[in-house]
Structures are given as C-alpha cells and as structure tokens.
Design a protein around this ligand. Structure first.
Ligand code: BES
Ligand code: ZN
Length: 456
C-alpha cells in the first residue's frame, strides 16, 4: 500500500478526471428542466462513497436529493461532518463562455466549467482526502460524515427540516465546509464569518397592455419609471440603506477586527484594475474589506421591463419587475427585514400601479470563534497542504445552512475555502486552480490526522 502522500501525488490525474465527470453533469438546481441532471449528480456523488464502502444513502426531498455517507466510528476521537453542494448556478449568459460551461476544459492551470470551484471541485477535495486514507491506510483516523446537498444555490429550504429530523445521525463536533476562497493566490485563509441573505422580488403592473409611449406617455403611470423611483428609495449615495429598522440589530465591528482587516495585504488598486472600474463604492466610513465582509448591503440582481431587443421601440410597458437582495450580518433577521421592506414599499408605491412583492429565500449572517482547537488543527493542515499559514478572514457570500449547524447540532464550524476571488463564481468562465485542487486534497487528508490529535 502506498503511503498517504504518495497516493495523493500519484492520483493527481485520476482526481482531475473524476472532477471532470461531475462537472459534465448540468446540475442546475433552480431550473426544473435540469431536475433529472441534479439527481444524476447526486447518484454520482453517492457512488464515490459507495466505492469506499461507506454507509451511503441518497435521500429524496420535496426538492433535490441529499447525499449522506459516513466512515466507520472511531471511539474517543472527534467526529467531523463535511458539508458541501453538488448543485450549481445557471450558466447563462452562454455566449460569454470561451468553452461550453458543462464541457470542463483545462486552461492555464485551471479547470474551467460551471461548478468548478462552487462547489464541485472544492467539495471533492474532501471526498478524495478520505479516499486517500482508505486506499493507503485502509481507514480514517476519525469518523467523517458527509452531507452533500443539491439545493444550496436556491437557499437549502429542505435541508433544515432534514437536520432537525436526523440530529443523531448527523451528530458531530465540527462541520467542515470548503465553499469559499483563499485570501489570494499563495495566501490561504480560514473564514470565520459569512454574510446572511434576504432575497426579494418586486413586480409592478400598470396599464393592462403595452401602450404607445407617445399616445399615452405622461398621462398613465409607467411601471418602469415607478420601479426605478421605488428602488431608489432603498439605498442612497452614501451606501446607506433606508428600509426602516434595517440597522437596528447590526452587530458593530470591533476596533480589533477593523485593525485585523487593515493589516491584511489588500491591494485596492489591483482590485479596481481586476474589475475594470475607476473607483470603489460602498457605505461611507468603511474600507473595501469591511464593506465586503462585515457590513450589510443591498443590490439589485435583475431588472426586467419593456423593450430590450435590437434598435428602439417606443413603448410604455405594462409591467416592470426587479429581483434584489440584502446581504446581512449578525444579528439581522431576514424575515424582520422582509416585513419592514414590504411595509415601506406599500407606502411608496404610487397610484395607478398594482404591486406584487415576494420574499424568496433568507438566512442569517454567521461568525465563529477564532480560538477553537479546530481552528488550530485546520491551520496546521492548511500549512501542510498549501505550504503557508492561513490568515483569518470573513467573506461576503452566504451558505444558507451554515448557522443551522451551530444552532441545531451545536457544532463548531470550519470554513476552509480553496477558491480564489477571481474564480468567476456565478459568472461565465468559472474556474478552479488545479494546483489548489491538489493542495486542498492534501490539506483535507491532513485535517483528519490533525483532528485525531484532539481527544474527546
Ligand atoms: N460558495 C458560495 C458562498 C460563498 C461565496 C462563500 C463567496 C464565500 C465567498 C455559495 O455556493 C453561494 O454562492 N451561496 C449563495 C447562497 C444564496 C443563493 C442563498 C450566495 O451567496 O449567493
Ligand atoms: Zn454559489
């Protein structure tokens, strides 16, 4: 039997081929046309665990299936639960992909495909970290449970009840999640905070059909004009959000935390250059990292109305709609904000317009203590996998179920992101660096050894 390290080195090509197999399955959870593909991805993930003779189940839900697997118990040692997701965001706009989104392609040391980093590639580092132990040592040094779901990108609505009903099955000391990023190339990180989210949709309906904008404009309320006016009441030029009570529960940043952020080697000029912008923008009085990681925000995610085809069409549209969301920080409550927002929008909705408001998914922000033995174990594993000590960061993305692990199961949580900020998550040409894929597999394998040093 090869040793752990040799096994990981020798199987580099196999890991990549296996990742490509999963990336070829278009498991877009939000799109019902892909329901069967999502199921195929669940079965593919389950097969990896079955090959290791782990107890494995594919559990149907009202939405997409949950894959659960576990290695044998190791008494006296901590139990880890790896959480990840095999679903992906829609690949559109397709014409901006250099190669098709579900035809994984190696370019410049990266694998390019939808889901490469978010989260198929990152999630598989833990599957292959466990595979390395099973194929080289024959067992894992601690029990590792795997909970891999297919609805993360649509808010994980069916996972919370599953956790509630299966507390014993899922019992663990620490949840391990790789679905975030490093601080930068060559600088790995442990993330101790994520934002929550509250996602909304507003539809305004005016006249009962599209109208000639010359014959009717100026005499009938235009829903597109009304939508712009209503949305502009929500956030101002200072980056301050005007939903009543929005900041009431925001936990302010501590001076220490602001100092820690300021000490990180963040290059704002490079940030602007990478994004092709001539200025940064956000809430007045906060730095870019503070805005991105620790302050609540509001962004329009999509706007639809009227004519967008080639050339010009003089139309007064009958309808206009917007999808928009707030990213939240502890201790803001998504439902409380949704309620206040609805009341505000009803107040500012003008005459001549019917308004429909919908709250989509919501989840709270999350921070974990940074002084746990698990963070120490993870730092050491990352040092071994990536050859550098991790820095502690927060991030602006959301993993809707993350707070539930702490609340429902009392778990500690380790967010060990192997991605990079420029991975194009949710965007065309999503990528994952293949060296980081390999380093992540090593770090994962080492993590089980480091956690085994913690006696229970
Ligand atoms: N991997 C991300 C979360 C993430 C992104 C963490 C960036 C850290 C940095 C995750 O898969 C994701 O995109 N989540 C969604 C959740 C939403 C759809 C409820 C998100 O944040 O938009
Ligand atoms: Zn995502």
């Amino acid at each position: 039997m090869p040793d752990l390290k040799t096994f990981i080195d020798e199987n580099r090509g196999n890991f990549v081929e296996s990742l490509k197999e999963l990336l070829r399955i278009p498991s877009v959870s939000t799109d019902s046309r892909h329901k069967e593909d999502v199921k195929t991805a669940a079965d593919w993930v389950a097969s990896r665990f079955q090959e290791l003779n782990f107890e494995t189940k594919v559990i149907p839900t009202k939405g997409h299936p949950i894959v659960y697997a576990e290695s044998p118990p190791v008494p006296g040692k901590p139990v880890a639960l790896v959480y990840g997701h095999y679903d992906v965001q829609p690949p559109e706009p397709l014409d901006l992909w250099v190669t098709p989104p579900f035809d994984p392609t190696e370019r410049d040391g990266n694998i390019v495909a939808r889901g490469a980093t978010d989260d198929k590639g990152q999630m598989l580092t833990h599957v292959f970290g466990a595979t390395a132990w099973m194929k080289s040592v024959g067992e894992l040094p601690i029990q590792v449970k795997f909970l891999i779901e297919g609805e993360e990108e649509i808010g994980s609505a069916n996972l919370a009840p599953f956790i509630e009903e299966n507390k014993e099955l899922l019992a663990n000391d620490v949840v391990v999640i790789s679905d975030s990023s490093q601080f930068g190339p060559g600088q790995p990180a442990i993330t101790y905070g994520l934002k929550g989210i509250a996602y909304f949709e507003l539809k305004l309906v005016g006249p009962n059909r599209d109208l000639h904008s010359g014959s009717f404009g100026g005499s009938v309320r235009n829903p597109a004009n009304a939508l712009c006016a209503m949305l502009s009441t929500l956030i101002d030029e200072h980056g301050w959000i005007h939903i009543p009570g929005f900041y009431d529960d925001v936990k302010p940043m501590t001076g220490d935390e602001r100092e820690n952020f300021a000490e990180l080697p963040f290059d704002e000029e490079k940030f602007k250059e990478q994004l092709g912008i001539d200025d940064v923008h956000g809430e007045e009085g906060y730095t870019t990292l503070e805005r991105r990681w620790a302050r609540p925000t509001l962004d329009i995610n999509g706007l639809t109305s009227g004519y967008q085809g080639e050339g010009a069409k003089t139309v007064l549209p009958s309808e206009a709609s917007a999808k928009f969301s707030c990213r939240l920080v502890p201790d803001q409550c998504p439902h409380k904000i949704g309620k206040a927002l609805r009341e505000h929008l009803e107040k500012v909705c003008p005459s001549g317009i019917k308004m429909e408001f919908k709250e989509h998914h919501g989840s709270p922000g999350f921070v974990v203590a940074t002084d746990s033995p698990y963070i120490k174990a993870a730092s050491s594993a990352i040092q071994q996998g990536f050859g550098a000590a991790p820095v502690l960061i927060r991030e602006g993305g959301s993993i809707p179920i993350v707070a539930n692990f702490a609340q429902q199961l009392g778990s500690d949580v380790l967010l060990l992101g192997w991605g990079l900020d420029d991975d194009n998550t949710h965007s065309p040409n999503e990528k994952f660096n293949l060296a980081d894929f390999q380093r992540g597999i090593t770090a994962s394998a080492q993590l089980w050894a480091e956690l085994a040093k913690i006696d229970k």
